[in-house]
Design a protein around this ligand. Structure first.
Ligand SMILES: Nc1ncnc2c1ncn2[C@@H]1O[C@H](COP(=O)(O)OP(=O)(O)O)[C@@H](O)[C@H]1O
Ligand SMILES: [Mg+2]
Length: 237
C-alpha cells in the first residue's frame, strides 16, 4: 500500500459568500521513498495541499490514508502525535523561535515527544551536525544567515527522524548559493530513505525530484516523471 493515498480531497476556506475553494478534488498516491515536487501558480492550492498531507490542517472532504491509517478517523491528539513522530515540515520563512538558540530550536519537537530527556543532547547534535552547523549550536536567530536559519529548520525537522519531509518553497527566501545547499541536503535526505514532498515554482528546482505534480485552481493538472539524472542505491523507511 502507498505511503500516502488521497482520494477526491477538497478544502474550502470560509463559508457562504466568503467560501474559497482551495482544493477541488485531488487524488493521488505517493510511495515510500519517493521525492515529489509540487508546482503550480500562486493560489493554486499548493500550500493547502501540503498542510493537509502534513497533518497541519484537515480537508473539507475526501479521504487521506497515511501509511494505512485513515486520517479522518484519528482524533486531534493522535494526529499531533503522528505529526510529531512521522512528519518534518520546512517553511519558506524558516519559522525559528526568535530568541532561542539553535539547540533550543532543534529541541522543540523533543519537548512534545516521549523521548527520554537524557537522549536529547545526542539527538540534537546528530541533527545539527547533519546540516553542518555544530559550530553555531548556541547562536540565536539574529546571529544566523538566512541559509543557516533554514538549515536549523531542517535540523529541527530531522529531530524525530521523520518518515516524510514536507518543504513549502524552502529556498524561496534564500540567495542562490544557500538555496543550492538546502537542495543538496534534501537530496541527501532522500538518499537516506526519507520520502520528500517539495513545493517550488522553479522548474530547475523541481527537477531535483523524481516526479512533478502540477496544481491549477485546486485541481491536479498533471503528474509526470522526471528523467533520472542519476541512480541512487536507496532503501526506504
Ligand atoms: N487560511 C485561509 N483562509 C482563506 N483562504 C485561504 C487560506 N489559505 C489559503 N487560502 C486561499 O486558498 C487558495 C489556495 O491557497 P494556497 O494553498 O496558499 O495556494 P499556493 O500555495 O499555491 O499559493 C487561494 O485562493 C488562497 O487565497
Ligand atoms: Mg503557498
Amino acid at each position: 500500500m502507498a505511503l500516502i493515498q488521497i482520494a477526491d480531497l477538497t478544502k474550502i476556506y470560509g463559508e457562504g459568500a466568503a467560501a474559497t475553494p482551495a482544493l477541488a478534488g485531488v487524488s493521488c498516491a505517493v510511495e515510500r521513498g519517493e521525492y515529489v515536487a509540487v508546482m503550480g501558480p500562486s493560489g493554486s492550492g499548493k500550500s493547502t495541499f501540503l498542510h493537509i498531507l502534513g497533518l497541519l490542517d484537515r480537508p473539507t472532504s475526501g479521504s487521506y490514508v497515511l501509511d494505512g491509517a485513515s486520517v479522518a478517523e484519528l482524533d486531534d491528539d493522535v494526529l499531533a502525535r503522528l505529526r510529531n513522530e512521522r512528519i518534518g515540515f520546512i517553511f519558506q520563512q524558516f519559522n525559528l523561535l526568535p530568541r532561542a538558540t539553535v539547540r533550543e530550536n532543534v529541541q522543540l519537537p523533543l519537548l512534545y515527544s516521549n523521548v527520554p530527556e537524557r537522549e536529547w543532547p545526542a539527538i540534537i547534535e546528530r541533527a545539527v551536525a547533519r546540516v553542518g552547523l555544530m559550530q553555531r549550536m548556541e547562536h540565536t536567530r539574529a546571529q544566523l544567515s538566512g541559509g543557516e536559519q533554514q538549515r536549523v529548520a531542517i535540523a529541527r525537522a530531522l529531530a524525530r527522524d521523520p518518515q516524510i519531509i514536507f518543504a513549502d518553497e524552502p529556498t524561496g527566501n534564500l540567495d542562490s548559493a544557500s538555496g543550492r545547499q538546502v537542495m543538496e541536503l534534501l537530496e541527501q535526505l532522500h538518499a537516506d530513505g526519507h520520502t520528500i514532498m517539495l513545493i517550488t515554482h522553479e522548474q530547475a528546482t523541481a527537477e531535483h525530484a523524481q516526479r512533478i505534480l502540477r496544481l491549477h485552481d485546486g485541481h491536479l493538472e498533471s503528474d509526470t516523471r522526471v528523467a533520472q539524472r542519476r541512480t541512487a542505491a536507496q532503501f526506504t523507511r
